[in-house]
Design a protein around this ligand. Structure first.
Ligand code: SAM
Length: 283
C-alpha cells in the first residue's frame, strides 16, 4: 500500500521534495515511533518521545534536535514548527508530516498535540558528577510513579538544581508519562542511573552531604545543614528508604505530619526539600 499521497507546501528555501505526507500506520517510521510507548523498545532504540510544540521547542533551546519530527500536515508554516523542521533536518533526522488520525495513533491520545519528536536518550555517569561543579542533585530510590518522576524533574528545574540520580529499579524517566509531567524540564537537567551499591561507593567520594528524608527521623527539615553541594535522597513511594541507604546519609530529616496522614506524596516531599535547600542558598 502506498502510504505517501502528496507533497507539502514549498514554504521556504529548506523545502525537501521528499517530505511527503504519511497517511498509513504501517509506515516504518510510524511503527517505530508508536513502539516507543513501550520501555522495551525505548531501551532497544535509545530513543524517546516528547509531545507538543512547547516541549519540543524547549528541547531545541537546550540544544536537542529531534531524530524524527512528526507534525500535522499543513502546520509547517508555524514559525516554531518551521524551526523544528530545520533543526531536525540539519541534525540528520527525518521530518514526517502526517494526518491528524496518525498523530492520534502515535500519541495514544484523542486530542493529540500538533508535534511529536523522537529524541536520543541521555544519561550522565556517576563519575562525571564527581568531576563536575555540583550544587544539588536529587537521588530517588526505586521511584515507581512516572507522574511523580516528571513532577520532581520539573521542580528540580524550577530551583536550578543539577539533576536526578535514579537508584535501582526506577520508573523510566523517558516514558511518555514522565516526559509529559516534566513539561519539557527533562531536557534541562542531567540524569544518572545506578544501583544502590554503586551509589554507596559514589557517596564515599562525594564532597558534600547526602541529606536523606525519612519518616523515622526526628530531625526537622528546617534544622538541616542545607549547604551546597548536596544530594537530597528520597525513598520509594510504598517502602520509603531502606536501612542501607538511610545509614549512609550524613543527615536524615523529616517534615512534620500534623494531621491524620502518615506521609506526604513523594513529589510534594521532594518539592519541600528542594525549596528549603534553595532558601538557604546565597542569592
Ligand atoms: N510508607 C513509606 C515510609 O514509611 O517511608 C512512605 C513513603 S513516602 C510516600 C515516600 C517518600 O517521600 C519517603 O521515603 C520520603 O523520602 C518522602 N517523605 C514523605 N513524607 C515525608 C515526611 N513527612 N518526612 C520526610 N520525608 C517524607
Amino acid at each position: 500500500m502506498n502510504d505517501t499521497v502528496s507533497h507539502t507546501q514549498n514554504y521556504d528555501q529548506n523545502y525537501n521534495p521528499d517530505r511527503v505526507v504519511i497517511t498509513s500506520s504501517s509506515n516504518q517510521d510510524i511503527k517505530r515511533l508508536r513502539s516507543l510507548h513501550e520501555r522495551k523498545y525505548r531501551k532497544q532504540t535509545g530513543w524517546f518521545l516528547a509531545e507538543g510544540l512547547r516541549i519540543c521547542t524547549e528541547a531545541l533551546q537546550q540544544g536537542f534536535a529531534p531524530q524524527r519530527l512528526l507534525y500535522e500536515d499543513g502546520r509547517e508554516t508555524d514559525p516554531l514548527i518551521a524551526n523544528l523542521i530545520i533543526a531536525c533536518e540539519q541534525a540528520g533526522g527525518r521530518v514526517l508530516p502526517v494526518t491528524r488520525s496518525l498523530l492520534v495513533k502515535v500519541s495514544n491520545k484523542d486530542n493529540p498535540q500538533t508535534v511529536i519528536g523522537a529524541y536520543q536518550q541521555f544519561t550522565t555517569p556517576l563519575s562525571d558528577i564527581l568531576a563536575s561543579d555540583v550544587t544539588c542533585w536529587v537521588a530517588l530510590d526505586r521511584i515507581r510513579d512516572p507522574g511523580n518522576l516528571g513532577t520532581i524533574i520539573r521542580t528540580i528545574d524550577a530551583v536550578a538544581a543539577d539533576g536526578i540520580i535514579l537508584i535501582d529499579d526506577c520508573t523510566d524517566p523517558f516514558s511518555v508519562e514522565s516526559v509529559r509531567a516534566s513539561m519539557g524540564a527533562i531536557f534541562t537537567l542531567k540524569i544518572s542511573v545506578c544501583s544502590s551499591d554503586e551509589f554507596l561507593i559514589f557517596k564515599q567520594n562525594f564532597s558534600g552531604d547526602v541529606i536523606g528524608t525519612a519518616l523515622q527521623s526526628s530531625s526537622d527539615y528546617k534544622q538541616a545543614n542545607w549547604r551546597s553541594p548536596c544530594i537530597i535522597l528520597m525513598g520509594n513511594e510504598q517502602a520509603g528508604l531502606p536501612a542501607t541507604l538511610r545509614n549512609a546519609c550524613d543527615q536524615l530529616i523529616s517534615m512534620p505530619m500534623l494531621g491524620r496522614s502518615d506521609s506526604l506524596n513523594l513529589s510534594v516531599a521532594t518539592g519541600i526539600a528542594l525549596y528549603e535547600y534553595l532558601r538557604h542558598q546565597p542569592s
